[in-house]
Design a protein around this ligand. Structure first.
Ligand code: AMP
Ligand code: GLY
Length: 419
C-alpha cells in the first residue's frame, strides 16, 4: 500500500514515523517532507499547497491514500480535489475545514448550537469595530477571521491597543485577506488544554490530552510561535472533564457540522480553556496540531493506518483506541531569532548520540550526508517517562547532546503540567 503524506514539519515526521510502524507495512511518500522524514518516506519536492501537483503525483504513482496534514491545503480543498480524482484522502473537505479557516464561521456555529465559547461580535469594517470597542471592557481579544500562521490573535489590554490591532488587521491588511473580517471576543482566563479527536463525522474518539507552549521564551514571555514544546497528558483534564467535553463540546460539534451539511472527517482539534464556569472552546483546528502530535502519537498504541482507513470508510465505530500510560514531553529546538528572522544552513551535531528520545524534524535538510537546519523550528525532541517529570528530565538530557549554531529552546517545557 502506498501512502503520500502532505506537509513537511515535525507533525508530518511524527505521522510518517507512526505509519511506518503499521503492521500493514505501507510504502511512504512525503511532499515536500524534510531531512528527518527521509528516513521513513520518499520525499518529493512538491509544495504542500500545490493541489494540482499533489493530485498528479498521486495518480502517476498509484498512491492508495493521501494524508493531508497542514491547514492551508485542507481549507483550499485538497481533499475534495483528490476525492474527485478517485484517490482516497484523509482529512476534511473544504466545506468542513472552514471550522478552522473562518473564525466567523466557527463562532457562529458555536452560538447557533449552544457550544460553550467566549461571547463575541463579528465585524467587516474597522469603523463599526472601533465603535464597539468604545463600549468594551479590557482586556479584549481581537481575531483575524482567516488563517494567519497562528499570529492572528491579539489580546489588547486597552482601547488604544485594541484600536491599533483593528487598524493593522483591517486597514493595513497585516494578514492579507484573512483580516477582511474580525471577531472581537471576551477575554477568558483559565488553563488551556488541547484535545485532538479522530472523527468520521458520526463517531468521535478523543485522543489523550496535551498542552503546547506557544511563547518563544521561558515563563511564557516573548512572541507567539508555532509552538516551542508540548506535553501529554494535561494534569487537569480528568475523566470528569472529558465527560463534560464529550457532552457539551465534542459531540455537539460533530452533530452541528452534520446538521450544516458539512460532515467533518479527519482529526478535529479542540483548543479548550477550563474557566471557573466550565470548559470553553478557544479555537478549532481541522487537523493534527504541531507540536501536540509529537507527544500524542508516541502514546498511541492502536495502528494509525487502521484508524485513518476506518475514518475514510466511515466505520470509526469499529475502532477502540488504546494508549500508553507513560507521559510524553517534546522540546522544540529552534533557530536563534525565531519567530522573527533567523539564519539556516547550519550543521546539526549530536543526533547520533540521542538514545532515550525520538527526534522529530521540523525544519532540516540533508546535504552531503549531514543534517542541516532549514527552518525556524528545527527539531522536536520527544521523550516518554512513567511520570511527566521523568519524561521532561529525559527529554532535556537528550537535548543536551544536540547542537547547532544559535540553537534556542525553552527550559521550562512541561513545568505547568507537573502538579
Ligand atoms: P488561537 O490562535 O485562537 O488558539 O489563539 C491563540 C492564543 O490566544 C490561545 O492559545 C489563547 O492563549 C489566547 N486566546 C485566544 N482566545 C482567547 C480568549 N477569548 N481569552 C483569552 N485568551 C485567548
Ligand atoms: N499547536 C497549535 C496548532 O497546531 O495550531
Amino acid at each position: 500500500m502506498k501512502i503520500l503524506i502532505v506537509g513537511g514539519g515535525g507533525r508530518e515526521h511524527a505521522i510518517a514515523w507512526k505509519l511506518a510502524q503499521s503492521p500493514k507495512k505501507p510504502e511512504l511518500f512525503c511532499a515536500p517532507g524534510n531531512g528527518g522524514i527521509e528516513e521513513f518516506a520518499h520525499c518529493v519536492p512538491i509544495r504542500a499547497t500545490d493541489i494540482d501537483g499533489i493530485c498528479a503525483f498521486a495518480k502517476e504513482n498509484a498512491i492508495d491514500m493521501v494524508v493531508v496534514a497542514p491547514d492551508d491545503p485542507l481549507v483550499a480543498g485538497m481533499v475534495d480535489a483528490l476525492t474527485k480524482e478517485g484517490i482516497r484522502a484523509f482529512g476534511p473537505t473544504a466545506d468542513a475545514a472552514i471550522i478552522e479557516g473562518s473564525k466567523v464561521f466557527s463562532k457562529d456555529l458555536m452560538r447557533k448550537y449552544g457550544i460553550p465559547t467566549a461571547n463575541y461580535a463579528t465585524f467587516d469594517n474597522a469603523k463599526d469595530a472601533i465603535c464597539y470597542l468604545e463600549q468594551s471592557t479590557f482586556p479584549t481579544v481581537i481575531k483575524a477571521e482567516g488563517l494567519a500562521l497562528g499570529k492572528g490573535v491579539i489580546i489588547a489590554d486597552s482601547f488604544e491597543k485594541a484600536k491599533d490591532a483593528v487598524l493593522q488587521i483591517m486597514m493595513d491588511k497585516k494578514f492579507g485577506k484573512a483580516g477582511d473580517r474580525i471577531v472581537i471576543e471576551e477575554f477568558l482566563t483559565g488553563r488551556e488544554i488541547s484535545v485532538l479527536a479522530f472523527t468520521d463525522g458520526k463517531t468521535l474518539l478523543p485522543m489523550c490530552s496535551a498542552q503546547d507552549h506557544k511563547r518563544a521564551l521561558d515563563g511564557d514571555q516573548g512572541l507567539n510561535t508555532g509552538g516551542m514544546g508540548a506535553y501529554s497528558p494535561s494534569p487537569i483534564y480528568d475523566d470528569k472533564m472529558e465527560a463534560e467535553c464529550m457532552e457539551k463540546i465534542f459531540l455537539p460539534t460533530i452533530r452541528a457540522m452534520q446538521a450544516e451539511g458539512r460532515p467533518f472527517k479527519g482529526v478535529l482539534y479542540f483548543g479548550l480553556m477550563a474557566t471557573k464556569d466550565g470548559v470553553r472552546v478557544i479555537e478549532y483546528n481541522a487537523r493534527f496540531g504541531d507540536p501536540e502530535t509529537q507527544v500524542v502519537l508516541p502514546r498511541l498504541k492502536t495502528d494509525l493506518l487502521s484508524i485513518m482507513e476506518a475514518i475514510i470508510d466511515e466505520r470509526l465505530s469499529e475502532i477502540t483506541l488504546s494508549w500508553e500510560e507513560d507521559a510524553a514531553a517534546c522540546i522544540i529546538l529552534a533557530s536563534g531569532g525565531y519567530p522573527k528572522s533567523y539564519k539556516t544552513g547550519y550543521e546539526i551535531f549530536g543526533l547520533d548520540k540521542v538514545e532515550q528520545a525520538t527526534v522529530f524534524h521540523s525544519g532540516t535538510k540533508i546535504e552531503e550526508n549531514v543534517y542541516k537546519t532549514a527552518g525556524g523550528r528545527v527539531l522536536g525532541v520527544t521523550a516518554m517517562g512513567a511520570t511527566l517529570s521523568d519524561a521532561i528530565q529525559k527529554a532535556y538530557m537528550e537535548v543536551a547532546k544536540i547542537q547547532f549554531t544559535d540553537m534556542h529552546f525553552r527550559h521550562d517545557i512541561g513545568r505547568t503540567g507537573v502538579l
